[in-house]
Design a protein around this ligand. Structure first.
Ligand code: NAP
Length: 482
């Protein structure tokens, strides 16, 4: 591994003022991952200038060259899969199987977008005048990618991949919780043949860097994934004339109808709620049960919650890793305390687990609240941890009303044998992703992905599928007469 540095103007370098911040293993805070540059506005400005100087030559390259770089990046990832996955588990905390799956998905994203390098097409138009009218799609210039820690390589790859495929320069700002993953991504792209300076890596945190990057007139597009409050701030800093993609939080429901098998419903709900320690934007946060199978569904969810074994994700016996940081741990613990203070009943908590909580690290037990009313804070706010709220609904109509009564609209699922109801649910639910008889989490490589309401800004929201390439190119219409 090279030293933890920024990559700016084609050079690996420390923060200009020499500042740094530490990142530690969330399963074992005595394990130091590294000290990374704490960038400031001056670093951000240098990154903008560096990419601005390199992007035109990249835009002028043959599509085949851009395709090759992205394909080689995928090859390098797969050749080093085990080492990369282990490092990701150490830095972010997710269990090794999830880390391996994430790097695989990252390679798949790079392959997918490599093939898009050849599909940046224009059109020709019939018109009444002489000559030819045609449109071309050209890169937007500099794309700024700001990404969260929970999928610290797959989310960046579905932004950096299409941006580079279409000939843009990229400024990449990873989360302060996963700087090593960010550095790896850039190292792999450079090793795969990306010319120096086409990408810049700006580590660190704070509005100083964020506002400088987002507000720069030289940045043509900002693609952000993260929380709603940060998204709002970025929206303001970007102003009205910047191309902007904001992918934000969720409060995702799983509706269980009375005809469902309680064990299967609980398996789907628990997988949605507890995979990745509940730290997924598409995690199931609410389970709305219709009819008298309620008690059976609760019993089955609790049985699954209790059985999780928490610990270091490198241990093959471990099925749930830690929260990503002490701050995340506190946030989730505060929400659990708020639920208890409201008088909500906990059907499973730390004291109920079959295996004890590890003595160190940022661990929170899988927690099941029951009989949670729609008015509760826990029913409305994103928790982003292994906490699920189970509620009763008197009818399908009441379940839909509860499911839609939140500010977010990212993912939703229904468990039923009645396909008519399932199709009605797909129409009635206010969410960008609808699952029938499977967990809210997990999305296809190539299907449109983006939420409604506070989960996305509603322009350019698709992060996958046919529409995604439009964000990274701008269209010019040419009227050609001789
Ligand atoms: P976050 O706190 O909003 O941070 C996201 C990114 O924004 C990080 O790189 C962060 O940097 C950066 N940032 C913070 N303040 C900024 C500013 N003023 N200007 C520019 N950038 C700024 O979110 P997170 O805690 O990393 O991620 C969890 C959230 O992401 C959850 O709400 C989750 O639902 C959402 N998420 C959504 C999706 C989706 O596809 N819809 C997918 C995954 C996650 P620092 O970390 O250095 O502060």
């Amino acid at each position: 591994m090279s030293a933890p540095l920024n990559y700016i103007g084609g050079r690996w370098q420390a923060a200009l003022d020499g500042g740094s911040f530490e990142r530690r293993n969330p399963a074992d805070p005595s394990d130091l991952i590294g000290a990374f540059p704490a960038s400031k506005a001056a670093d951000a400005l240098a990154a903008i200038e560096g990419v601005d100087g390199a992007r035109r030559a990249w835009a002028a390259t043959d599509a085949e060259q851009r395709q090759r770089v992205l394909e080689r990046t995928a090859d390098l990832i797969l050749a080093r899969l085990d080492a990369l996955a282990r490092e990701l588990t150490r830095e972010e905390g997710k269990v090794l199987a999830s880390a391996t799956q994430e790097w695989r998905r990252t390679a798949a994203n790079f392959r997918l977008y490599a093939s898009e390098a050849h599909r940046t097409l224009g059109e020709t138009f019939a018109n009444s005048g002489a000559g030819v009218t045609y449109s071309v799609r050209e890169p937007v210039g500099i794309v700024l990618a700001i990404t969260p820690w929970n999928f610290p390589v797959s989310i960046p790859s579905r932004k950096i991949g299409p941006a580079l495929a279409t000939g843009n320069g990229v400024i990449y700002k990873p989360s302060e919780l996963t700087p090593l993953a960010g550095q790896r991504m850039v190292e792999l792209l450079l090793e795969a043949g990306l010319p120096p300076g086409v990408i810049a890596l700006v580590q660190g945190y704070g509005a100083d860097v964020g506002d400088t990057l987002v507000g720069s007139a030289k940045v043509g597009a900002v693609t952000f994934t993260g929380s709603y409050p940060t998204g709002r701030r970025i929206h303001q800093a970007a102003g009205p004339d910047k191309r902007l993609q904001l992918e934000m939080g969720g409060k995702n429901p799983c509706v269980v109808l009375a005809d469902a098998d309680p064990a299967r419903a609980a398996q789907i709900a628990a997988q949605g709620a507890f995979s990745l320690t509940g730290q997924a934007c598409t995690a199931t946060s609410r389970v709305l049960v219709v009819g008298d199978i309620y008690d059976a569904v609760v019993r089955e969810i609790v049985a699954r919650a209790r059985a999780y074994r928490l610990g270091n994700g490198l241990d093959p016996q471990v099925t749930m890793g830690p929260l990503a940081s002490e701050a995340q741990q506190r946030k989730v613990e505060d929400m659990i305390a708020a639920g208890k203070a409201e008088g909500l009943r906990v059907a499973c908590g730390a004291q109920d687990l079959d295996s004890p909580l590890p003595p160190q690290g940022h661990f929170v037990a899988p927690t099941v609240f029951v009989d949670v009313p729609p008015s509760s804070r826990l029913s409305r706010e994103e928790i982003f941890g292994p906490v699920v709220c189970v509620s009763r609904a008197a009818s399908y109509e009441e379940a839909i009303a509860q499911a839609n009564a939140v500010d977010y609209g990212l993912a939703a699922s229904i468990v039923t044998r009645d396909m008519g109801r399932a199709l009605a649910f797909a129409a009635d639910i206010d969410a960008g992703i609808v699952k029938v008889n499977s967990a809210t989490g997990g999305v296809a490589l190539n299907a449109p992905f983006g939420g409604f309401k506070h989960s996305s800004n509603q322009t350019n929201k698709e992060q996958a599928g046919h529409g995604v390439m439009d964000f990274y190119t701008r269209t010019k219409s040419v009227y050609l007469a001789t």
